[in-house]
Design a protein around this ligand. Structure first.
Ligand code: SF4
Length: 339
């Protein structure tokens, strides 16, 4: 396999919180021993419920947060500390697309000014070449020339997200981290923006980390998918494998909730309860209070990540003894574990 563009090893992020002046500080592990890699021109989807650590992982990958343990390598170099000159220079090569385009844009500046901004910050080109680049970028994301003089509030949600994407690709980045980038958009606009990202990726060879709670969208755009639960990656595999033959009981429940045209959702696996509070992490496998296969061992032992197939890894005791038969029989057809 080629060298990855981005590689994270054993990343953890611990926050300390204190409830009240005399209370003891408690540690919250937002991300726990996450290792992943992304190849040039490929997309890694990261899915999970809210509070699973997806966004924190995205910020760690960009160096916006300092990991408590582990490191991130971009193009074989360890990420320099945030806000240093070396880090700023690297940021040109790795960009973030935010969830809320209105919050990401400055309401007082025109669209053209905002798309030009990253070029100015990184000292790219003169006024004339920057103006030409802004025109080119607007065209590539499907904005019309008359949008250049408009302000963010004069555009639709989809158009605003196109502006955010134009800004993000202005300096020709090699990596885009899209954090819930289409979640705030209508379904039809979501499809347009996802297609736009795919076209840009194909044309420019950009690698993407696509973070979302929406499995349908992740399925459409990702080459590989990592499933997170309470800060850990519990399963990772090529996208087709995750959606056709998920192995982890949590992934099975997520996949079973995707509506399939022409089928009933009667086979849906209903997850009991809410995701636990990261400050009061369950012992053993953190998923055990909600898992239909939980055994005594799951309550005490943290499962290791096991390789159960080609480029497929899963953290679940069900696979400890080399058991690799799928616990999920095709789309929306979960079957019980034998024995
Ligand atoms: Fe369920 Fe146990 Fe596997 Fe955790 S380790 S997912 S509780 S079977």
């Amino acid at each position: 396999m080629n060298k990855p563009l981005l590689e994270a090893k054993n990343l953890s992020k611990i926050y300390t919180s204190k409830r009240g002046l005399f209370a003891k500080p408690t540690e919250v592990k937002a991300v726990d021993a996450v290792s992943l890699s992304i190849q040039k021109g490929k997309t890694l989807g990261i899915v999970g419920e809210s509070g699973s650590g997806k966004s924190t992982t995205g910020r760690l990958l960009l160096g916006l947060e300092r990991p408590s343990t582990g490191d991130v390598r971009f193009d074989d170099e360890v990420l320099p500390p945030a806000r240093t000159n070396e880090w700023r220079a690297l940021r040109k090569r790795m960009q973030l697309v935010y969830q809320d385009p209105l919050a990401a844009l400055d309401r007082r500046l025109t669209i053209a000014t905002q798309i030009e901004e990253p070029l100015l910050i990184h000292g790219i080109g003169d006024k004339e070449s920057r103006t030409a680049r802004v025109k080119e970028l607007m065209q590539s994301v499907g904005l019309m020339p008359h949008h250049a003089a408009r302000f963010p509030h004069e555009l639709s949600g989809g158009q605003r997200q196109r502006v955010v994407i134009a800004r993000a690709i202005a300096c020709n980045p090699e990596l885009l981290v899209c954090d819930e980038a289409v979640s705030a958009l209508d379904v039809s606009i979501q499809a347009q923006v996802v297609n736009l990202l795919r076209d840009l990726q194909e044309k420019n060879g950009i690698a993407m980390v696509f973070i979302s709670h929406d499995l349908k969208v992740v399925r459409n755009i990702s080459d590989r998918v990592a499933v997170m639960y309470l800060g850990r990656i519990v399963e990772e595999a090529p996208s087709d494998v995750i959606f056709q033959a998920p192995q982890h009981p949590y992934t099975q429940a997520l996949v079973s909730s995707i509506p399939v045209p022409g089928t009933l959702l009667s086979n849906r696996i209903i997850l009991q309860g809410e995701p636990p509070n990261p400050a009061a992490r369950p012992s053993g496998c953190a998923f055990h209070p909600r898992c239909r296969f939980a055994s005594e061992r799951c309550r005490t032992d943290v499962p290791e990540t096991l390789h159960t197939g080609k480029e497929h890894s899963v953290a679940c005791h069900l696979y400890d003894k080399g058991q690799t038969s799928h616990l999920y029989d095709g789309v929306s057809q979960p079957v019980a574990l034998a024995g």
